[in-house]
Design a protein around this ligand. Structure first.
Ligand SMILES: NC(=O)c1ccc[n+]([C@@H]2O[C@H](COP(=O)([O-])OP(=O)(O)OC[C@H]3O[C@@H](n4cnc5c(N)ncnc54)[C@H](O)[C@@H]3O)[C@@H](O)[C@H]2O)c1
Length: 367
């Protein structure tokens, strides 16, 4: 099988795991070029992973060889590079969120459709062993009809570890746009698309103090809500309660639970690829841990790119596709919009529940 040539724009914090998996884990991808405005980061990435070309973003966009552009810039640049990639005839996969504004997400989905190109985006953790095993348990009827869910991500932000954390408190940041994609993509993968959103938002701290290096002691002005609570109704009738927060020092709330007519499923942290998973059928007296039955329990970021590469080679729609990531973007905005307007928001976008992966896959392959 030939390998699809990838051009990565953005060699920052998250790029290492993409480079690792797209060069070593997945068999259908080849990283052909890397780009970063930091010469040092670009060179380090190219040297460590044996990437033959260190280019400007313009060179990546204009290369006749690059087939998929992987956009790993920060959220403010997601729309720009995705649009440019599509305009240059490239398929594009972007880190989350798809873009800052819902209109931009919609424009990218339309542009990709017009041009017959593939658009996709993170997160791809829903293709990991943990969430795929949960999907199989639900699809196989282990908890009956899903009726409700909870999704909680409560923490105190990233300024204690990220070297450059300011973007988490600017437009496109905040806990919903940062972590919501993992939780919402997991919920859509498990329950299908959503329909209606009600939300309330707050900002408990006007400023944050960076305690990581190299910006230790610097202040960040908080420009976005940092506590978002709400409810969403799925098209299948299930109702989920969700909180994402950077305002909470500690919490014992679990990441995701799904409540079905025949039992309860404890879903692992959707920011990870593995377990643990627990199930308690109706009438049982305790939860039982369920072993994962799928491949990709370790950090497999880039699996969505490999899935896209399969579609470049064989046709079809990638699982982590533009409609899905755009639907998630609209849901995240809807929590904020509902809070501002004081009313429910009916979602306009839709997507297919992404196809599950098979069990028994050989590592490096998705089919
Ligand atoms: N850091 C994490 O743990 C993490 C985890 C999951 C997802 N993400 C997401 O990944 C994305 C990137 O996050 P990060 O933490 O790697 O940020 P980062 O700031 O460390 O990296 C972004 C990189 O993009 C580069 N860049 C900016 N403009 C460019 C241009 N014109 N041409 C080439 N390169 C350019 C920057 O120089 C920088 O190296 C964000 O959307 C974030 O939400 C990050």
């Amino acid at each position: 099988m030939r390998k699809v040539k990838i051009g990565i724009i953005g060699c920052g914090n998250i790029s290492g795991i993409y480079l690792e998996n797209l060069t070593h884990t997945f068999t259908n991808t080849e990283v052909f070029a890397v780009s970063d405005i930091s010469e040092e980061r670009m060179q380090a990435a190219a040297e460590k992973y044996g990437v033959p070309n260190q280019w400007t973003a313009e060179q990546v966009l204009n290369s006749p060889d690059v087939e998929i552009i992987v956009n790993l810039t920060t959220p403010g640049d997601h729309f720009k590079f995705c649009k440019l990639a599509l305009e240059h005839g490239k398929h594009v996969y972007v880190e989350k969120p798809l873009s800052l504004l819902p209109e931009q997400g919609h424009e990218l989905v339309e542009l990709a459709r017009e041009k017959g190109l593939l658009l996709g985006g993170a997160p791809d953790t829903f293709l990991g062993a943990g969430l795929q095993t949960c999907r199989k348990l639900i699809d196989d009827g282990y908890i009956g009809q899903p009726a409700a869910a909870t999704a909680f991500m409560l923490g105190h932000g990233h300024e204690n570890w990220h070297p450059n954390p300011a973007f988490y408190y600017q437009a496109g940041g905040g806990p919903m746009f940062d972590m919501g994609p993992y939780y919402l993509t997991a919920l859509v993968s498990l329950l299908g698309p959503a329909q209606t959103v009600a939300g309330m938002t707050a900002k408990s701290f006007e400023q944050r103090t960076i305690t990581s290096q190299p910006h230790f002691g610097e202040k960040i002005d908080v420009e976005v809500p940092t506590h978002i609570a709400g409810t969403l109704r799925f098209q299948n009738g299930a109702i989920a309660t969700m909180i994402t927060s950077f305002d909470v020092w500690s919490s014992t709330l679990p990441p995701i639970e799904i409540y079905g007519t025949q039992g309860t499923l404890l879903v692992p942290d959707p920011n990870n690829f593995g377990g643990p998973i627990s199930l308690r059928p109706a009438g049982a007296t305790e939860f039982k841990e369920i072993p994962v039955v799928h491949q990709y329990a370790e950090n497999s970021r880039g699996i969505g790119v490999s899935d896209m590469a399969n579609c470049v080679l064989n046709g079809g729609t990638p699982r982590a596709n533009g409609e899905l990531t755009n639907h998630v973007l609209e849901i995240m905005h809807a929590f904020h919009e509902s809070s501002d307007s004081g009313s429910y928001v009916e979602l306009k976008s839709n997507c297919e529940q992404p196809r599950p992966l098979k069990t028994g896959l050989v590592k490096g392959y998705l089919e």
